[in-house]
Design a protein around this ligand. Structure first.
Ligand code: SF4
Ligand code: SF4
Length: 422
């Protein structure tokens, strides 16, 4: 079978089901796409069909089996034991498998942690900072903060030596405390890999009141399906300028002392851009290689577009290779470039931004063209701020040296002299 273009797929073994009810988590509303009595749990038939097709259609030697939610751990440990067996059964001789999971961490105990370690899982834990910032929005269905449970799960993973990363959303509650957040991860959690994801919750006149009340909790059947529409944002949404300041403050601390020790995805991706590579869909000219699969095998163009209009098909009826290579998916990815406003095309940091993700493009440019990214002001300030050190780091890497040598750089950002032994 011919391999699909290089792609990444996030699978949801428990659909939108979650034991928490985080206020900004509009993914909880995706249960509306399925019949009320339909189980959100992935069955073995979908699991095996998916894994077989994933192995058949993955072009590279490394295949990532990536689980996300809702809360993927709700699917239970036996499911993942079976998943590891089936992935091994369908793996081709030249393929290596990397199992990953993004979880809220509250259900991790020693048994899970031992399983993750034994099978080489990379586990991402959602943490929004120290207790008061984390508990602002990351609450359970009764409204109680989840900090203590997440910390217990994190410590269990660390005790077992599991590879971990922290996924931190940047939102109205933590946007003004970048260094507190960063130092908490670096010094208290001893995290070495950190992802910073801006919270932008869009809403319309019809949905804003509900959305401001929060997507989690037991809110009955009145929860509308979240769609990428509307130009209003919730009270929890990060402000563009504050997001820029947040990134700048953390970058300035990182560049002085943590390069090569702490890996912040935004900074790694930016270095790629300064070296002429696009290592993330959000800053690439086009996208369309990051798909998502629901518990029943339905495949959608992107995790942020789990909506009827962006459903590509189901792995029980069509091959993943066909869905990934479909004309619908090609058009989805090409639209990222085709809908870029003229304002972006003239932007000095276009090469590092490319209008970011289309889901956030809902404001007007200064001359009134639609489709500018809501976070533009923040990204522009950040990318302009890091230009000199990024150029210097890119030069170091290109000349075979280490990016961390930037920490001995002169104040204007140029790298120091070559060491005596290179
Ligand atoms: S819509 Fe956004 S997140 Fe999805 S693939 Fe495109 S750039 Fe990536
Ligand atoms: S910084 Fe703003 S103007 Fe520049 S490419 Fe990004 S979104 Fe467009």
């Amino acid at each position: 079978m011919q391999a699909a273009p290089d792609y990444h797929l996030l699978a949801k073994p428990a659909g939108a089901a979650c034991n928490l009810g985080c206020k900004y988590c509009f993914f909880l509303s995706k249960e509306n796409l399925y019949a009320p009595r339909e189980s959100p749990l992935m069955g073995e038939e979908v699991l095996e069909t998916y894994l077989r097709q994933l192995m058949e259609s993955s072009p590279g030697p490394q295949v990532q089996v990536a689980w996300q939610g809702g809360e993927p751990m709700l699917r239970g440990l036996d499911f993942y034991r079976r998943s590891v067996e089936l992935a091994e059964k369908h793996r081709q001789p030249h393929q290596r498998i990397l199992h990953t999971m993004q979880t809220n961490g509250t259900l991790v105990d020693d048994e899970w942690a031992a399983f993750f370690k034994e099978n080489g899982y990379l586990v991402g834990i959602s943490f929004d900072g120290p207790r008061e910032m984390h508990d602002a929005y990351r609450i359970d269905k009764q409204g109680r903060g989840s900090f203590d449970d997440v910390l217990r799960g994190w410590n269990s993973l660390r005790r077992h030596g599991v590879d971990t990363n922290v996924l931190c959303t940047v939102n109205a509650a933590n946007q003004d405390h970048p260094l507190e957040v960063y130092r908490f991860f670096r010094d208290e959690l001893q995290a070495r890999y950190i992802q910073l994801i801006p919270i932008v919750e869009r809403a319309t006149e019809q949905t804003i009141a509900f959305a401001n009340g929060g997507w989690g909790g037991n809110r009955g059947t009145d929860r509308p399906l979240y769609r990428q529409e509307g130009s209003l944002v919730t009270e929890r949404t990060v402000s563009a300028e504050a997001f820029g300041r947040f990134l700048v403050a953390i970058f300035d601390e990182w560049i002085r002392r943590d390069v090569g020790e702490v890996f912040v995805t935004t900074f790694d991706v930016a270095l790629g851009s300064w070296m002429g590579q696009h290592n993330s869909c959000v800053v690439a000219p086009t996208c369309g290689a990051a798909l998502t699969m629901e518990h029943n095998g339905d495949v959608y163009s992107c995790d942020h577009y789990v909506e009827e209009a962006h459903k590509l098909g189901n792995v029980k009826d069509a091959s993943l290779e066909a869905l990934v290579s479909s004309e619908q998916q090609r058009r989805f990815g090409q639209a990222k470039f085709d809908t870029l406003p003229a304002y972006c095309k003239q932007c000095p940091v276009l090469f590092a931004c490319y209008g970011e993700c289309p889901r956030n493009r809902f404001i007007a440019t200064p001359d009134g063209e639609a489709g500018l990214n809501y976070l533009c002001a923040g990204y522009k300030a950040f990318f302009q701020h890091i230009d000199a050190p990024m150029k210097a780091m890119a030069e170091l890497v290109r000349s075979g040296r280490y990016a961390e040598e930037i920490m001995q750089a002169s104040p204007n950002g140029s790298p120091g002299p070559l060491p005596a032994t290179a």
